[in-house]
Design a protein around this ligand. Structure first.
Ligand code: C2E
Ligand code: SIN
Ligand code: SIN
Ligand code: FE
Length: 400
């Protein structure tokens, strides 16, 4: 009697440590295959079975397949496919209720397919449902208790607890996979949309899309140089990309005018920041970037437009981009002006430091190496890093 109680207690401790071990693995790692194998191996070990299989419902519930298996005839079992409702496994999955079969060979519910495929002699079977949030998605099944004994209902209780853990892992892993697939398809859609958008923006400008590439890359370079937090970088890049999207609403007669604008034309032209802002303000993805669109013509001393914001009240993203924009306008040809060399443009920006421009950003521009300046002026596309950055979502970010 004393011996029996001792053995029982020992068994309980093993059960508990098994559950703990399985939870630890689950928390430590979501690698499905490895975790499911651990669950099965631990179940076989602690319940003392000869073999076991973890079955899961695949193809939207159309077929039951063995996901991992352990025992003398594992490779044969892996070929087996079951229909929903077929055999003990099929029924456990259908009903969500575990099953204990002490004499399998004489049980009418035993479809016998696994045995005929494997040549393995099944004496007794214990099958627990894998039940998670979305219902029963599989079955954890052990075959033949070691030492000529039968499985008991306490074995089924433990197996059911392990089955619930396994179900959780499978569901989490599927969710993660779906999220990754979604992120991938969003990324692809975004890259396509980006190319289309860049081309569309370029048709409105006097320049080619190289203007887009240059201002975006320069703004990112300047932002990094003044140590803007990394989360702000994609916002600045997207704002830079779209900064003049509102020019689409400016009449061609003004936008493409070869000479200087009249004061009335100039007022009309200034509306491009508000027009752009209004176009984008309902797109969640561009919400923060839209501040660059609205404020990229604000001046540091408060003399800019549309609001006349001053100094630090101008979002840093807009202050950075303002410098990149004017530098690009100066160093390239416009309908109304010639292209200036780098040195002349830099001198103009330094003149405006503290007046039109944030001095820190002008200093950052000044600190660019000749190689960096050259790189900006010869860009033929976005760099891979920037292309990736432009599509990066802050809210739906995922880390592989
Ligand atoms: P944009 O050509 O892309 O120029 C962007 C900004 O670069 C200008 O904003 C201005 O701050 C700066 N910038 C451009 N050229 C010069 C320059 O020769 N000297 C200096 N110091 N800064 C310069 P801004 O002035 O608010 O102009 C916004 C947009 O209005 C310009 O975009 C351009 O499309 C149009 N625009 C401005 N002035 C004229 C003009 O005289 N003639 C024509 N046709 N368009 C103009
Ligand atoms: C089972 O039903 O539990 C095993 C598969 C079979 O029916 O052969
Ligand atoms: C111009 O007005 O000629 C160009 C833009 C500026 O200097 O502000
Ligand atoms: Fe602008």
């Amino acid at each position: 009697m004393e011996d029996h109680r001792h053995a029982e207690l020992e068994q309980k401790v093993r059960e508990l440590s098994t559950l703990l071990e399985v939870s630890r693995v689950i928390n430590a790692d979501l690698e499905l295959e490895r975790v499911l194998r651990t669950v099965l191996d631990q179940a076989i070990e602690v319940i003392q079975a000869e073999a076991g299989t973890l079955w899961i419902l695949e193809e939207g519930g159309a077929v039951i397949v063995p996901r991992v298996t352990a025992g003398p005839v594992t490779s044969n079992i892996l070929q087996v496919r079951l229909q929903p409702g077929e055999g003990i496994t099929g029924r456990v999955i259908q009903t969500g209720v575990g099953d204990l079969v002490t004499d399998a060979q004489n049980d009418p519910r035993w479809a016998g397919r696994v045995d005929s495929a494997t040549g393995f002699m099944t004496r007794s079977i214990i099958s627990a449902p894998l039940t998670g949030r979305s219902g029963t998605i599989g079955c954890l099944q052990l075959v033949n208790k070691r030492g000529d004994r039968f499985f008991q209902s306490s074995d089924l209780d433990l197996l059911t607890a392990l089955g619930a853990q396994a179900a959780l892992v499978i569901e989490n892993s599927r969710l993660l996979e779906e999220t990754r697939a979604l992120a991938r398809s969003l990324q692809e859609a975004w890259t396509g949309a980006l190319d289309a958008l860049t081309a569309a923006l370029a048709t409105r400008d006097n320049d080619t899309q190289h203007h887009c590439y240059r201002t975006v890359e320069l703004a990112v370079l300047l932002a990094r140089r003044i140590n803007v937090p990394e989360v702000e970088i994609p916002i600045i890049a997207r704002g830079a990309l779209l900064h003049d999207v509102g020019k689409i609403g400016i009449p061609d007669g003004i936008l493409y005018k070869p000479g200087r604008l009249t004061p009335a034309e100039r007022e009309k032209m200034k509306q491009h920041v508000r027009l752009g802002y209004d176009m984008l303000q309902h797109i969640m993805f561009f919400r923060d970037a839209n501040l660059v669109v609205l404020y990229h013509h604000e001046d540091f001393d408060g003399s800019g437009y549309p609001l006349g914001l001053k100094g630090e009240r101008i979002p840093v993203s807009a202050r950075i981009f303002h410098v990149a924009d004017v530098y690009d306008a100066l160093t390239n040809e416009r309908p109304y002006k010639e292209a200036w060399p780098h040195e002349r443009a830099l001198a103009e920006l330094k003149n405006g430091s503290g007046l039109h421009f944030d001095p820190r950003v002008v200093t950052a521009l000044e600190s660019l190496t000749p190689e960096e300046v050259d790189w900006i002026h010869t860009l033929q596309s976005f760099s891979t890093a920037t292309r990736d950055l432009l599509g990066r979502s802050i809210r739906y970010d995922h880390r592989p």
